[in-house]
Ligand binder design. Structure first.
Ligand SMILES: Nc1ncnc2c1ncn2[C@@H]1O[C@H](COP(=O)(O)OP(=O)(O)OP(=O)(O)O)[C@@H](O)[C@H]1O
Length: 315
């Protein structure tokens, strides 16, 4: 039985956010179907507005699908909400917390919500593993944003859920917390917990996830193992630094970060063509290298797929 099963999930919002009248309905999820097996570390990727948070809200029972259904270990998240909810630990994207309690109290209250008494041994382990041990008695209001995020993770895990859902847990957090968080989540995954992660950090997804779904405008465009996705990249990448603006003919194909330019390189002729065009534009080229495509290259390739046409890796 899959840990999570999304079955033809559609979600239409009555009016798109910020839309002027007449309000147009917005299809945030368009027939999303896939399973996540028990013990997987699964990545859900997509640009802003792709529908990732909507899919997680439907999974967590916080939002109702317009049609289709979602099962967690076989329990329907609507029809059997309490059972499905107990199997899930959801770390939300937004920092929501109760300002009146200290960290330990907040975790005890959350345990009580799931009917768990005497949970202090596990709470201590969570505090220790997430670098929160010295903040146990601090009021939630006094914590920095990063520390609050750690508490949200601890709250989501307080009932030892078999399925852990993390919605952009590392957005805006420092390197130390990322490492602490990933070590801990990887340990839980090794122990058999299923993990569903959404992130905009494709390096993290590449390093952590064994399988990935890529979503755009509510549709799954690609779904494959991380290694299959990386193998499917249509080219290597030519990377170099320049001291001016890239000629427009190349700019449309390039990924540019400051002075660094990266272009898909299918062969020697293409590489020569790129470098010639840059020199003709009077630019100085430095630090030229050819590297294998990474997940970000594959992601950009998938997202550039024509609307309505499924990508080659599609299910
Ligand atoms: N409550 C709502 N009412 C109307 N439209 C909504 C609502 N919530 C989300 N949307 C719209 O649904 C689409 C999907 O949004 P969603 O937040 O699920 O995307 P996302 O992939 O999580 O994006 P991000 O990476 O920015 O978090 C967007 O177009 C968004 O504006």
């Amino acid at each position: 039985m899959p840990a999570i099963s999304f079955q033809s999930v559609c979600k239409t919002y009555a009016a798109s956010r910020g839309a002027k009248s007449p309000a147009t309905p917005l299809k945030a999820l368009d027939d999303v179907s896939f399973d996540i097996e028990e013990g997987e570390f699964f990545g859900l990727l997509g640009p802003n507005g792709a529908g990732k948070t909507t899919l997680i809200s439907v999974l967590a029972g916080l939002s109702r699908a317009t049609s289709g259904r979602v099962l967690v270990h076989g329990s329907d998240v609507q029809a059997d909400y309490a059972k499905a909810r107990r199997l899930l630990g959801v770390v939300p994207q937004e920092l929501v917390f109760d300002p009146f309690f200290n960290v330990r109290e907040a975790l005890r209250i959350q345990s009580g919500y799931f009917g768990i008494k005497n949970n202090d041994a596990w709470i201590d382990e969570l505090l220790e593993s997430l670098g929160l041990a010295d903040k146990a008695n601090a009021n939630m209001r006094q914590l920095s944003g990063g520390m609050k995020r750690r508490v949200l993770v601890a709250q989501a895990l307080v009932h030892k859920p078999p399925v852990i859902v993390l919605d952009e847990p590392t957005a805006g957090v420092d390197v130390e917390l990322r490492q602490t968080l990933w070590q801990f989540v990887a340990k839980l995954n090794k122990q058999g917990h299923t993990v569903l992660l959404t992130t905009h950090y494709l390096e993290e997804a590449e390093a952590l996830c064994s399988r990935i779904a890529m979503l755009r405008t509510g549709q799954v465009l690609a779904l494959a193992s991380t290694s299959e996705l990386l193998r499917s990249a249509s080219s290597n990448v030519l990377r170099f630094k320049i001291d001016g603006e890239l000629p427009p003919a190349l700019a449309t194909e390039a990924r540019v970060t400051g002075r660094i330019v990266q272009l898909p390189a299918h062969g020697a002729l293409e590489i020569e063509r790129y470098l010639a065009a840059v020199r003709e534009a009077g630019l100085k080229v430095e630090d030229v290298e050819i590297r294998k495509a990474d997940l970000e290259d594959v992601f950009l390739e998938v997202m550039a797929t024509e609307k309505g046409k499924k990508w080659q890796m599609a299910i």
